[in-house]
Structures are given as structure tokens and as C-alpha cells.
Design a protein around this ligand. Structure first.
Ligand SMILES: Nc1ncnc2c1ncn2[C@@H]1O[C@H](COP(=O)(O)OP(=O)(O)OP(=O)(O)O)[C@@H](O)[C@H]1O
Ligand SMILES: [Mg+2]
Length: 167
């Protein structure tokens, strides 16, 4: 099974993906590591300290693979059987990312991006997989999030209603 996990930084993609990878015995790819290792980028943006991903090369890398979990901000550009979108309250995003000593500006940027559902909206437009799982991680432990995802896959999809603009 091909599972992709996307979401704003701090929603817990890497944490949950590791649990899922063990529970489902699927090889795990962290996309930012993979992109560097396999040189799946076109250039490097010095100002943002980020690689500009070559989406075509990224898709090619996964083309022949039938079993994997790929997690990262742009995971939803990879065709898969299951797309998981992790969400978390903007204030939860800030408190989780604070531990990384991010500058305030970067904390605010990520919280705002989550508040307006930037990543989730892209997924609902792209519909990159037949099965969609949309989960609020704000008050769930990583183990619980993993179990909700597994249950959602069994059910053929799970879309929790999440709108931080209404809070
Ligand atoms: N469900 C959760 N409950 C509480 N804390 C969590 C949960 N999920 C993740 N965390 C914590 O939040 C922080 C960010 O988690 P993680 O690194 O998995 O996020 P990420 O989505 O992979 O972020 P990035 O996009 O920057 O890689 C970590 O310190 C992690 O331990
Ligand atoms: Mg991560």
C-alpha cells in the first residue's frame, strides 16, 4: 500500500509516520531527507534555506514503488492509495514548534498557514488518492493518531470536519 502523509509543520507527520511504518511494516521515506539524498531538486533557495523540489523527479522516484509511506510538506504531489492530512490547532502548532527554537516569524507563518488550511485545501483540490484521511491531532497522542488513521483506511476513508477560522 502507498500512503502519503502531508500537513503543516508541527502537525506530527514524522512522529506519526514512524509509528505507522512499524505497525504496517511499510518502508518510510522522509521527503526532505530523500530530496537531498537523491538530489530531487532543481535549485537551492539561499534566502529561505530550502531546496526547490523537482516534482517530476520526485514522482519518478516513487513511480515503480507499490509499498511505502512518504511523509512531508509536499507528500500530496506523489500519487498514492491513501493520502493522510494531519491538522492541529494553530496555537498547538506554535507550542510544538517552539521546542525547535524556530524564530517567531517562522512560528507565525506556520500557524497562519494552518489557520487558513493551506495544505489541506491543496489536497482537497488535487485529490491525489482514492482514500483520504483528514485528522485533528491537537488533543490526540501520536499513537492514537496512528490508530485513527489505520481505522480510517479500513473504513475506506475518514474526513473529520476541521475549520480553525470558525474557532
Ligand atoms: N499528537 C501529538 N501530540 C503531541 N505532540 C506531538 C504530536 N505529534 C507530534 N508531536 C510533537 O510535535 C513536534 C513536531 O512533530 P513532528 O516533527 O512529527 O512534525 P512534522 O509534521 O513532521 O513537522 P515538519 O513538517 O517540520 O517535519 C515534535 O516535538 C513531536 O514530538
Ligand atoms: Mg517532519
Amino acid at each position: 500500500m502507498r500512503i502519503t502523509i502531508t500537513g503543516t509543520p508541527g502537525t506530527g507527520k514524522s512522529t506519526v509516520a514512524q509509528i505507522l511504518s512499524k505497525k504496517l511494516s511499510l518502508p518510510l521515506y522522509n521527503l526532505s531527507d530523500l530530496i537531498k539524498k537523491e538530489k530531487l531538486y532543481t535549485s537551492y533557495d539561499e534566502k529561505r534555506d530550502a531546496f526547490i523540489v523537482d516534482i517530476e523527479k520526485l514522482k519518478e522516484f516513487f513511480e515503480e514503488k507499490k509499498d511505502f509511506i512518504a511523509e512531508g510538506l509536499i507528500a500530496h504531489y506523489i500519487p498514492s492509495d491513501v493520502i493522510v492530512i494531519l491538522r492541529a490547532k494553530p496555537e498547538v502548532i506554535i507550542s510544538r514548534l517552539k521546542e525547535r527554537n524556530y524564530p517567531q516569524e517562522k512560528l507565525n507563518e506556520n500557524a497562519e498557514s494552518e489557520r487558513i488550511a493551506f495544505c489541506a485545501n491543496e489536497v482537497f483540490e488535487l485529490r491525489p488518492a482514492p482514500v483520504t484521511i483528514h485528522v485533528d491531532t491537537s488533543t490526540r497522542k501520536p499513537e492514537e493518531v496512528a490508530d485513527v488513521i489505520i481505522e480510517g483506511i479500513k473504513e475506506g476513508g475518514l474526513i473529520e470536519e476541521i475549520d480553525w477560522l470558525e474557532d
